[in-house]
Design a protein around this ligand. Sequence first.
Ligand SMILES: [Zn+2]
Length: 231
Amino acid sequence: MEESIKTVMVVSPHPDDAEIGAGGTIALWCKQGREVFYVICTNGDKGSSDPNMTSETLAKIRQQEQIEASKILGVSNVTFLGYPDGGLEDTPAFRGELVRLIRKHRPEVVLTTDPYRKYLWHRDHRITGIVTMDAIFPYARDHLSYPEQIVEGLKPHKVKEIYFWGSEESDTFIDVEETFTVKLSALSCHVSQVGQYGDLLKQHIEERASKAGQSQGVPLAEAFRRIEIIY
Ligand SMILES: [Zn+2]
């Protein structure tokens, strides 16, 4: 990653997705002094198999878990958009919220989930990836898109790169050996989620990192599909 990259925006469909997909990379970039900020699209209020859990309680628990996890990684700021879990749609309003955050924080790089996985893929993940991509290009760039934001004083912004985690066509691998334990600690903050899967999730994540590392000759890596945007 270029030295000139100072600010990174992470757009996560649910609390915990960013830690699972890119926690080692996020911790590494924070450690290198880059400013990383989070946008959590949904409140994760369906993610429980406990019959006594309510969506209202779960949303509160998961927000707190996400705040704790972000602190461990070194993330500077978390914005919760608060859409219901499973209720995300590709709307002008949702896109406009992401455009606003891009224009406000002016990231050079955006990290989000790959929308183009075939077959089984959570609808919120698909929609988050697509809407984030649209918000970056062309909407955040063009002053005539969401012009009310420009009137308020925000300026158009050109994001340079998108990194997609969870891609079936990864082409970029980040060595996360030095921050892998930080990733696991951050992940363990999501007690309401990790508790359901026990060691299986941790095992799966370790196996995936080790497999991604093999292709690069390092013990542990995270895999991404990287898109460079030429304006
Ligand atoms: Zn998710």
